[in-house]
Design a protein around this ligand. Structure first.
Ligand SMILES: Cc1ncc(C[n+]2csc(CCOP(=O)(O)OP(=O)(O)O)c2C)c(N)n1
Ligand code: SF4
Length: 513
């Protein structure tokens, strides 16, 4: 073939089934030539500059064929715009470079769990979990079994090539008895490594799945059957019938050490006898309804619709003197370190900023160290990680010493203490000691020290409006006596900075740029 995207077929009926909206065919010697690949694929694959028309798969790899069959089925069923494709870890990790659909790439083995979340939150979408045998039948065994057992209305395409391809050929749960791999160099022995795992049969013992079939990319006849199975699985999901699963026996010429033709033959001669092709399940399961919990929207759960917008913080008129501001808040568990970060991002959201909050804490609920990274930005946030902060709120001395060096030159440290330790220095950084614990104690609750620090932070940086802080506290703090203490704590933190400014200990609060 002159072009890698050309498909030649003799039978025009098969052709029209293959690509329903193909461009007019060029005929020659009884063949029809189709020049276009499925529009479900991107025109150009941006993976590598030198491979713009090719996938990254090895010649003869079954993944490429499986991709093509899935793309054509999505095209024929008109599902491209509704599809979310979950790619795994494995050779097919880069599926998102090829499929012009919604794409998510997830951790090894977790695709059915992620697909579950996506499908449940977007029930109108077609959600595909695409996985290899290491991914699905080894590290992800639990995820696939439970997703199938729950009857999640997703479609799983399971590419079984009897080996770990991406990592260089370790034994997979589906490796055949006697098959050599880097971790079974003498061939798989059931006495030592167990028998190959039959995933289609295993899942077919469950009650919930709607459709389960095993197919093979061994020869044209079986590829046509695979094509039908893939389409059927997607139809099953489209029609809301339940969990659908297609196991695709697939060649991996590179790791098997065979040429593409031998590898296909090996699927036919060796894999199919171990993994018989069959439809193991094809029915709409009867799943009794239960006492369904009321379905609520995310906005409802977050109580964003509980009040009128008018009741909430006024649309922000606060002028943000920054493009973005990165804050690290650190202390020990119980000091409200993480909560302070959450309050700030809630305020940021109400002031129409982009926000992120990344917590980090040890296993202890109390007294262990804890910190969080907070970003407030006028632009989209690339990473929630704050490696270099503009502001450090250090709730204890340990955190002051641990994180001070990360504060950028010209930045600010707010330290919860009567005074900065004598031997502490942070050149180029303004350090303000605020006796927040003491102030909060006097107000009636030592727990409000974080809110004193919040007041100080807002006053010194002017990053967010105090009015927004008050409205967030009013919404979040349910106990009225605590709310009153928090109001006073907020105000005390602000006043403390004001007083410091009067005596010249801190710069005039004129915004943090
Ligand atoms: C948590 C975790 N464990 C292990 C790995 C290493 N790893 C990457 S791909 C892979 C196996 C992939 O094999 P398979 O799912 O059969 O897909 P193939 O490459 O054959 O398509 C492994 C073990 C990883 N990336 N993450
Ligand atoms: S190693 Fe095997 S599975 Fe991976 S791309 Fe190559 S042929 Fe395909």
């Amino acid at each position: 073939m002159a072009d890698e995207n050309v498909i030649s077929v003799r039978d025009s009926e098969v052709k029209s089934e293959l690509v329903s909206e193909a461009s007019p065919a060029v005929t020659g010697d009884g063949y029809e030539v189709i020049h276009e690949k499925s529009p479900v694929f991107y025109d150009l694959y941006e993976r590598k500059s030198e491979l713009k028309h090719q996938t990254h798969y090895c010649p003869g790899c079954g993944h490429g064929v499986a991709h093509k069959l899935i793309a054509e089925a999505l095209q024929e069923l008109g599902l491209q715009d509704k599809t979310i494709f979950v790619s795994p870890v494995g050779c097919s990790v880069f599926a998102y470079y090829y499929f012009d659909v919604g794409n998510v790439q997830v951790a090894h083995g977790r695709a059915p769990a992620s697909a579950t979340g996506i499908k449940r939150s977007c029930p109108d979408k077609i959600v595909i979990s695409y996985q290899g045998d290491g991914d699905l039948a080894a590290i992800g065994t639990a995820e696939i079994v439970h997703a199938a057992n729950r009857g999640e209305k997703i479609t799983v395409f399971f590419v079984n090539n009897a080996i770990y391809g991406m990592t260089g050929g370790q034994m997979a749960p589906t490796t055949l008895v006697g098959q050599k791999s880097t971790t079974s160099p003498f061939g798989r022995r059931p006495s030592n490594e167990g028998f190959p795992l039959h995933m289609a049969e295993l899942l077919a013992t469950l009650e919930a799945p709607a459709y389960i079939e095993r197919v093979a990319l061994s020869d044209n006849k079986n590829i046509m059957k695979a094509r039908r199975a893939i389409r059927k699985a997607l139809e099953t999901q489209r029609d809301g019938a339940g969990f659908s699963f297609v196991e695709i026996l697939s060649p991996c010429p590179t790791i098997w050490g065979k040429d593409p033709v031998e590898a296909r033959r090996w699927v036919l001669d060796k894999m199919i006898p171990t993994f018989p092709l069959n439809v193991f399940r094809d029915r709409k399961p009867e799943i009794p309804g239960g006492n369904e919990p009321p379905q609520r929207s995310v906005a409802d759960v977050l109580e964003l619709t509980a009040k009128d917008d008018a009741d909430r913080a006024p649309k922000s008129k606060h002028v943000h003197h920054f493009k973005d501001i990165k804050i690290k808040i650190a202390g020990f568990g119980g000091q409200g370190v993480l909560l302070l970060g959450q309050l700030l991002i809630e305020m940021g959201m109400r002031e129409q900023l982009e926000v992120s909050w990344l917590p980090s804490y040890g296993p202890e609920m109390r007294s262990g160290s804890a910190h969080c990274h907070v970003c407030l930005s006028k632009e989209r946030i690339g990473s929630p990680l704050v490696a270099h902060s503009d502001v450090l709120v250090a709730m204890n001395e340990f955190s002051l010493r641990k994180f001070a060096h990360e504060v950028v030159s010209g930045g600010l440290i707010l330290y919860n203490g009567a005074s900065v330790p004598a031997d502490f220095a942070a050149p180029g950084v303004q350090v303000v000691a605020i006796p927040a614990a003491e102030i909060a104690d006097k107000l009636g609750s030592a727990k409000a020290a974080n809110i004193v620090m919040m007041g100080a932070l807002l006053e010194e940086t002017e990053c967010l409006a105090s009015g927004t802080a008050l409205s967030v506290l009013e919404d979040k703090v349910k106990k009225l006596d605590l709310l009153e203490i928090d109001r006073q704590a907020l105000s005390a933190g602000r006043l403390f900075i004001d007083d410091q400014a009067h005596i010249g200990a801190v710069s005039q609060p004129d915004g943090f740029a």
